[in-house]
Design a protein around this ligand. Sequence first.
Ligand SMILES: Cc1ncc(C[n+]2csc(CCOP(=O)(O)OP(=O)(O)O)c2C)c(N)n1
Ligand SMILES: [Mg+2]
Length: 213
Amino acid sequence: MAKSVSKSASDNVTRGSAKVLNRTDLTRRLVAVLKHDEAVVGGIGNTNFDLWAAGHRPQNFYMLGSMGLACPIALGVALAQPERGVIALEGDGSILMALGCLTTIATVRPRNLTIIIMDNGIYQITGKQDTATRGVSDIVAIARGAGLEATWIADEAHFDELIDRRFEHGGPVLYAASIDDKPGVGKTVRDPSAIRQSFMRGLGTSRAGDLDG
Ligand SMILES: Cc1ncc(C[n+]2csc(CCOP(=O)(O)OP(=O)(O)O)c2C)c(N)n1
Ligand SMILES: [Mg+2]
């Protein structure tokens, strides 16, 4: 039986009380417990570098070039394949460019979609400029305002528990991790058509591509 964290325990985690975590570690923890061919969509830059580093799977999609598209892409996959779990990994700067998608996701309510925001308060990959979440803007509060169930991640154990019960809510959820300023560790292959082809095959909609062994 899945472990459970009480809703109130989740609700009590604030941005200030959340432990500062590491993206590479969280991504490895996530990929290590995937059991059902879930689709995982990594956002531009560090989120997809760490997803790649955690071990390529054909059910992974790596967004290259444009910020803010992990969640919209994941939403499309979740709606197209409602029996497949779908997880979006996105940075704070990137989700801030696409906040409207949270309102769409909250409205459409795909029960199979989990969003994980890696919030370092900076545009890490372009020189560590501050994002709005460095100041007053709180991603979890924004997500709740959009109508999503959302929580800050207290620590690694809480992350593991949240991932364990990610599809039990009957609706989409957003988990926000306060993370350090370390860069991603992998180097995603920069071939959009190979990534697309591999992903389509991973979703059962196409034949094998260059990334498939
Ligand atoms: C639409 C768009 N604007 C700007 C850029 C340049 N850019 C690429 S990654 C990035 C920062 C991403 O920040 P965040 O999502 O917080 O990820 P982090 O680098 O902190 O891991 C920027 C500004 C871009 N690729 N696309
Ligand atoms: Mg960032």
